[in-house]
Write a protein that binds this ligand. Structure first.
Ligand code: SF4
Ligand code: SF4
Length: 116
């Protein structure tokens, strides 16, 4: 069974381009939406994303909507804990495909890491 994990040297979900996330308003509170939009930088990339290390510069303090945690996914998307694994894998694949392409090295590394 594939098991979700975040892989290093990816960062696809740190591209926040609102045009690619048309339903974002449904998941975020008004305050979070304001924060989200304030974080969108050049090319849709989060202003907190370090492009060299491909890591979050504020990782311990990243917002709720950046966290893949059962309680948060339940609150935001109505996803039960037992569905989280498959849902998170699908989210990552969609995001990686949109940002890097479905045949990218990032996708290959992700699929290998989660066991697809
Ligand atoms: S898209 Fe998935 S694997 Fe890539 S950085 Fe985000 S959580 Fe990690
Ligand atoms: S705050 Fe960090 S984890 Fe969230 S989108 Fe920005 S760089 Fe990525």
């Amino acid at each position: 069974m594939a098991t979700w994990q975040c892989v290093k040297q990816c960062g696809a979900c740190c591209n926040l381009d609102p045009a690619e996330r048309p339903e974002i308003e449904e998941y975020l509170t008004p305050e979070e939406l304001e924060l989200y939009l304030s974080m969108v930088g050049e090319g849709g990339w989060c202003i907190n994303f370090d492009h060299i290390t491909r890591e979050c510069r504020i990782y311990p303090h990243r917002p709720r909507f950046c966290r893949v945690e059962p309680e948060i996914f339940q609150q935001m998307y109505g996803i039960e804990a037992e569905e989280l694994n498959d849902f998170a894998i699908e989210c990552c694949q969609q995001q990686i495909e949109g940002v890097y392409g479905d045949r990218s090295l990032e996708m290959l590394r992700f699929d290998q890491a989660v066991g697809i």
